[in-house]
Design a protein around this ligand. Structure first.
Ligand code: UD1
Length: 417
């Protein structure tokens, strides 16, 4: 299994291009199932989760033509309605197959999902919504089986929590339902807006995406479309924090600063110098940083996907601080690994108490999930000496060309097989 070896202590310097958003690309790729016409998606990052999705679409009955960061999806055969364990277990976002297949085929059987090992991550909000849209649901033999023999009917759906995946799944189903649907307490993440923009290009009638109330007028048919995926805000946040932890000076290119406003504000308050340009951000370390507490929230709050990275940064920053995780239970698998680098961290329920100013020293560490992996890489970049990071397949799920990008910024980092 591949490993990443980092010799820490180098200040990052230079330019880094931010890739297309994984979390935007995934639902957009699944949306291709809503039409038999060709769709073309550009700015798709080359990542394990994307390849899993493309293999999935191919299994269901799509033909995929992939060239660099562009994907063309064509229809070939009749669609299958069963998503087997072997495909679903690799990625939690596989549940996004439910909406489009239910809308198109009126039936879908999906193996219960796997994916990142963070918290319980149930799918009750998705299923409750499909029920409102008229699906009959049965769970048996490890599969969720849904049927809507007379087609889906528009409905008012109030989410008990603004789940990103559930909001996407509802959009993917309700666009072809009969009549009007309304999502109340919808997720407002930029990825929702990107998906809705793409669906509207395909002929859907969605209003209000990006706000907490979304209205969908069902249409009879969707058609082909071309779309460019938005930049990955979490990758961007990770590089910003990398600049801070290495006392660096870097320029992020192809980035939307507004999508990571909460992270930028925390970095500014810590003392990082940040200047925004059209689609670029210049971040520079100019003075010793101050600690900042964070508390993860749904968008536009501080993102849970950048929580582990912030914990790494606060571990080396003078003073005490607290990181509070409100979105997921149990999203602290990086804590024992960061402690191996010498970080002083105590978990107490939803909180991590950090005693900063620790000089981290290189250590062997193991990645438990995607963003935990990013935190370990950041710790390795800041630490004195060599770090060997294993189980990096988690990182390959979400960071395109990770070691190449860091190397270009001057890090001493390499991958070994
Ligand atoms: C998406 C992102 C993930 C990010 C998360 C929160 C993708 C592919 N993944 O995940 O990177 O960390 O948003 O910003 O876009 N929940 C339930 N029942 C449900 C659904 C969710 O209880 O039916 C809970 C989850 O357990 C979790 C919280 O709601 O505690 C947030 O989950 P959700 O917003 O659905 O995240 P994902 O869509 O899985």
């Amino acid at each position: 299994m591949d490993k990443i070896i980092i010799k820490g202590g180098k200040k990052l310097k230079g330019k880094v291009g931010i890739s297309g958003s994984k979390n935007s690309a995934l639902p957009i790729l699944f949306a291709s199932l809503l039409t038999d016409e060709p769709v073309v998606i550009n700015n798709v990052p080359n990542l394990a989760d994307i390849n899993t999705t493309l293999a999935f679409l191919n299994f269901i009955g799509k033909k995929i033509i992939k060239k660099a960061n562009s994907v063309k999806i064509l229809s070939s055969l009749d669609y299958k309605h069963i998503a087997p364990y072997d495909l679903v277990r690799k990625m939690r976002a596989s549940v996004l197959i439910m909406g489009p297949l239910l809308a198109r085929l009126k039936k879908v059987d999906v193996s219960l999902p796997g994916g990142c090992a963070i918290g319980a991550r149930p799918i009750d909000i998705h299923l409750e919504a499909f029920k409102k849209l008229g699906a009959k649901i049965e769970v048996s033999g490890g599969y969720v089986k849904m049927r809507a023999e007379n087609g889906l009917m528009g409905a008012e759906i109030k989410l008990r929590f603004p789940s990103v995946g559930a909001t996407e799944n509802i959009l993917l189903a309700a666009v072809l339902a009969k009549g009007k649907s309304k999502i109340i307490n919808a997720a407002k993440e930029p990825e929702i807006e990107d998906l809705a923009n793409f669906l509207n290009k395909m002929g859907a009638k969605i209003k209000g995406a990006g706000t907490k109330t979304i209205i969908i007028e069902g249409v009879e048919k969707m058609h082909g479309a071309i779309h460019n995926v938005i930049p990955d805000r979490i990758e961007a946040a990770t590089y910003l924090i990398a600049a801070a932890i290495t006392k660096g000076d870097i320029i992020l290119e192809n980035v939307i600063a507004d999508h990571i406003r909460a992270v930028i504000e925390k970095l500014k308050k810590s003392g990082m110098h940040i200047k925004e340009y059209k689609s670029k951000i210049h971040i520079k370390w100019i003075k010793k940083l101050k600690t900042q507490n964070i508390s993860t929230e749904v968008y536009p709050g501080y993102p849970t996907d950048a929580q582990a990275q912030w914990t790494a940064l606060m571990s080396v920053t003078d003073g005490k601080s607290t990181v509070k995780e409100n979105v997921f239970e149990n999203r602290f698998m990086h804590i024992p690994e960061l402690q191996r680098f010498g970080a002083d961290l105590i978990i107490d329920g939803k909180n991590v108490y950090i005693k900063g100013a620790k000089k981290l020293s290189g250590a062997p560490a193991m990645v438990s999930d995607l963003r935990a992996g990013a935190a370990l890489v950041l710790a390795g970049l800041a630490a004195e000496g060599e770090s060997i990071i294993s189980r990096i397949y988690h990182l390959d799920r979400g960071y395109e060309l990770l070691e190449k990008k860091f190397k270009k910024l001057g890090a001493d980092i390499k991958r070994i097989s």
